[in-house]
Design a protein around this ligand. Structure first.
Ligand SMILES: Cc1cc2nc3c(=O)[nH]c(=O)nc-3n(C[C@H](O)[C@H](O)[C@H](O)COP(=O)(O)O)c2cc1C
Length: 197
C-alpha cells in the first residue's frame, strides 16, 4: 500500500476542486455530514483544543434565520445550497481540555487569558479546522462554497446566543453545478510565495 495519495485523490481535493456558487438539486444526507466531521476532527490543533463548533443549517426555517445576516451577493447561493455550515469557534475551548489533553493540565494554560487573546487562539485553530473540514468534504465527494461575507454579530445572535461560541466563516455544501463556474483564478507560484533558506 502506498503512503502517498493517488493523483485522482489529489485532483479531487485540490486540483479540480472549485469554490461553487450554484448547486444541483441533490440533497446531502445527515450521515454524510457526520462522516465529514469525523474526518475533519482528526486534523491537528494547538494542545488538541478543537475549538470548532458547527451548525449545519438545512431547514427552510433555519435558512430564513441566517438570511438577514448575509451580504447581498451571498444570499441567493446560500438559500439555494442544500446545507450551509456555520463554522464557529468556542472562545472557552479550554473547558474541554481535561478531555482533549488529559496528560497535562492544559486548561490552566488558557483559562485566565483575556477574551481577546482566547479569541485569537480560537480563530487560528478553528480556521485550521475549517480548512480540514473543506478538504474532508471534498474527499467525500461534496463541493464547498466558503464565505466570510456576512455579519458575524447577527449570526452569533441568531445561532449562538447565550453561549461562548462565535461564528468564524460559513460554508455552503452540496453538489456544485460545474457549468456555472467562473474560470479558475491564478495562484502564486512557489517562487512568489516561498523561500528556501
Ligand atoms: C474564508 C473565505 C471567505 C470567502 N468569502 C466569500 C464570500 O463572502 N463570497 C463569495 O462569493 N466568495 C467567498 N469566498 C470564495 C473565494 O473567493 C474563492 O474560494 C477563491 O476565489 C478561490 O476560488 P476557487 O476555489 O474556485 O479557485 C471565500 C473563500 C474563503 C476561503
Amino acid at each position: 500500500m502506498s503512503n502517498v495519495m493517488s493523483n485522482d485523490g489529489l485532483d479531487l481535493i485540490f486540483r479540480n476542486a472549485r469554490t461553487h456558487n450554484a448547486w444541483l438539486d441533490k440533497p446531502v444526507e445527515d450521515a454524510l455530514l457526520r462522516q465529514v466531521y469525523d474526518l475533519a476532527k482528526m486534523g491537528p490543533t494547538s494542545a488538541n483544543m478543537c475549538p470548532m463548533r458547527i451548525v449545519f443549517v438545512k431547514s427552510p426555517e433555519a435558512k430564513e434565520r441566517l438570511k438577514p445576516a448575509l451580504d447581498a451577493g451571498n444570499v441567493d447561493k446560500t438559500m439555494a445550497a442544500p446545507v450551509t455550515a456555520i463554522l464557529g469557534m468556542d472562545i472557552h475551548f479550554f473547558e474541554q481540555l481535561p478531555k482533549l489533553f488529559p496528560h497535562a493540565d492544559a486548561k490552566a494554560w488558557f483559562k485566565d487569558l483575556p477574551d481577546n487573546v482566547l479569541e485569537y487562539i480560537a480563530l487560528r485553530n478553528s480556521s485550521l479546522q475549517g480548512a480540514y473540514f473543506m478538504l474532508a468534504a471534498r474527499a467525500l465527494g461534496l463541493d464547498c462554497g466558503p464565505m466570510s461575507g456576512f455579519d458575524n454579530a447577527k449570526v452569533d445572535a441568531a445561532f449562538f446566543a447565550g453561549t461562548t461560541v462565535k461564528s468564524n466563516f460559513l460554508c455552503n455544501l452540496g453538489y456544485g453545478d460545474a457549468s456555472k463556474l467562473y474560470p479558475r483564478s491564478p495562484r502564486l507560484d512557489f517562487e512568489e510565495a516561498c523561500q528556501l533558506v
